[in-house]
Design a protein around this ligand. Sequence first.
Ligand SMILES: [Zn+2]
Length: 209
Amino acid sequence: MWEKAVLKRYKDKLDSPTEAKQYFFKGLLKCSHCNKKIKLIEDRYVCNDGCTSISKNTLIKLIFSKILWDINTLTIQHSLSDELSKIETKLNSSKRELKSTDKAIKRKIHEYMNNNPNIDITNLKERIEKLTKSKEETEINIQSYGKINYNLSYCLNNIEKFKILMFKINDEDVDYFDDYFEELKDLLNEFIKKVVLNNNLDHVKVEYI
Ligand SMILES: [Zn+2]
């Protein structure tokens, strides 16, 4: 998992020869007043409409402590674990469904091969076609549940890594965060969907994947 993040980081660099400016929470911040994006301009995070303007250090400290709070109170883990168990249930039931559809197809094909004159062949063919279609749909579901399952596990894993890294940094100073910028940025992007905040900082909502 860790290797994946490292590879992605280098790939991102290769993909963008004219490296765009990177900063913490890029593309994730939204203003709760105007609902527009908040970007880092000079050393302040500001929204397009100008209703929110926060110093870089204040915002980073604030959001990191909010995330750590959510991690320590297990808020994120609980919601992700809930999702994970729901997906696992769906995955298992789809796998069972696939097995039984497979069996049914085999039975019908067997009937078809037997050439029994009392059997309505057209109807039998239709049944086989229907079952095959349903089998394909189940296979697609299994694939997508599997993918979600993998992503959620990956997120949970990254949250642990983030926590460990933050303990290692062990300082309130934002310069220390900057030293670990690449690692932190990649980890954050894997489990944070959105951060909504306003100028008074009385409304900071971190939405996790
Ligand atoms: Zn705004």
